[in-house]
Write a protein that binds this ligand. Structure first.
Ligand code: NDP
Length: 391
């Protein structure tokens, strides 16, 4: 049984921590974050006792001291993407395996690329350690849906559309479903999609279509945008000729976002305010609702899935694999909304598969490089059942 250190105590962490306990894969769990009281609040929800600690994960020496003291086998990073590299550095120094849910981003550039973390490949290999990148829903489950489809339904995949719909309502004038700073950086970035062997750049939110979700979830406007799994999936499944990512946004969300952008509140560079340096987007995050607190007011369902086209036995075919998750059910089970839930559950599953030795290896891995079958089974077991339809 493994010892697990979880870093970060926000909305995703609450679900990931409680689900890690449910998997029974860990002998001891410690939850550490910048604000100790948030760790204690999550620990108070747990049925088993877990340790808590304060750590600034931007500082490698602090992480190393904590790891040397707690001696984890695995670190699950559910803090922010800015901390990915410092936590990976500390893992290398202490001989600890690593899992996260989002690729590294430098604070001053909203550029989503795996290159910084893929650069750790040789160091993790040499240390005999395993780093699992992007074990959330998207990235995460969407990568697994694709590799599972390739394993069981296709000889070759040629087209991929990942569609992320939040058909729910949180009852707030404006709020984001996960960390507002990361969410707004992602949504306002230029769009990139994969076509004929290269990424094609277009203006953010410049392509939309209507999409009707299955099982009566509803019809929504979805917008094409860049998402990091496009980079790893097109690298690891090179037969993919076209890959696009789509996300639903309400007119209300887009209206607020446009105004915030126009008045400069989404800027990520430092400005001087009353003798102090502040980043407008970080200030905005401080005044927006905390996504982790939206569980109580959120209603409706999310529907996230992949439409995959390709060939099998010389014939063209396409399938749709998706999960539908209900906000109210997530709140009833773990006190969270569905976005935290759909990210926290796969984070716990990836970490548990590593702890049990079902997934193993040396180096830095994206989800699609590993056997999808045990992960797909655990999705059903731990609250995210999926459906596959031939189209
Ligand atoms: P939150 O903002 O709710 O939580 C982030 C947590 O990290 C907070 O507890 C915060 O502490 C802590 N933290 C931030 N900086 C540091 C630091 N320097 N040292 C220690 N702790 C720190 O975010 P979410 O829970 O919404 O998101 C967590 C992660 O999940 C993000 O990386 C996000 O991108 C990712 N994500 C992935 C998805 C996927 O499907 N793959 C979907 C949604 C999210 P404090 O409370 O003190 O600020």
């Amino acid at each position: 049984m493994s010892r697990l250190l979880i870093i970060g105590a926000g909305g995703v962490s609450q679900v990931a921590t409680l689900k890690c306990i449910q998997t029974g894969a860990f002998s001891e769990i410690m939850l550490a974050s910048r604000t100790l009281s948030k760790c204690d609040a999550i620990a108070a929800l747990a049925k088993e006792s877990i340790d808590t600690a304060q750590v600034d994960a931007d500082k490698v020496p602090e992480l190393v001291t904590l790891m040397k003291d707690f001696k984890p086998d695995i670190v699950l990073n559910v803090a922010l993407p800015y901390q990915d590299l410092t936590i990976m550095d500390a893992c290398l120094e202490c001989g600890v395996h690593y899992v996260d849910t989002a690729n590294y981003e430098p604070l001053d550039t909203a550029r989503f690329e795996y290159k910084w973390q893929w650069d750790y490949q040789e160091r993790f290999k040499k240390a005999g350690l395993f780093a699992l990148l992007g074990s959330g829903f998207d990235p995460g489950v969407t990568n697994i849906f694709t590799s599972w489809a390739l394993k069981h339904h296709f000889d070759e995949i040629t087209e991929l559309d990942i569609i992320d719909v939040n058909g729910g309502d949180h009852g707030q004038a404006f709020a984001t479903n996960f960390n507002p700073e990361i969410n707004i950086r992602e949504v306002t970035a230029e769009c990139r999609h994969w076509e004929n062997g290269q990424f094609v750049e277009t203006l953010a939110m410049s392509l939309k279509q209507e999409y009707t979700c299955p099982e009566g979830v509803g019809t929504f406007n979805i917008y094409r945008m860049y998402h990091e799994e496009l980079e790893s999936l097109t690298k690891h499944i090179p037969t993919i000729k076209k890959a696009q990512f789509w996300m639903s946004f309400s007119d209300n969300y887009l209206k607020h976002l446009e105004v915030l952008q126009n008045v400069g509140m989404t800027r990520i560079d430092e400005i001087e305010y009353q003798g102090q340096k502040i980043v407008p987007l970080q200030f905005l995050k401080a005044v927006l609702p905390n996504p982790g607190d939206l569980g109580k007011s959120s209603q409706g369902r999310t529907c996230i899935g992949n439409i995959i086209k390709g060939t099998k036995d010389g014939k063209e075919k396409s399938i749709y694999i998706y999960n539908i998750c209900k906000h109210e059910a997530c709140f009833e089970e773990l006190g969270s909304q569905a976005i935290s839930y759909t990210t926290g559950v796969p984070a716990a599953i990836g970490t548990a598969l590593l702890a049990k030795g079902i997934w193993n290896g040396e180096g830095v891995f994206n989800m699609e490089e590993l056997d999808p079958d045990p992960f797909m089974d655990m999705l059903v077991e731990f609250g995210l059942p999926w459906t596959v339809k031939e189209l």
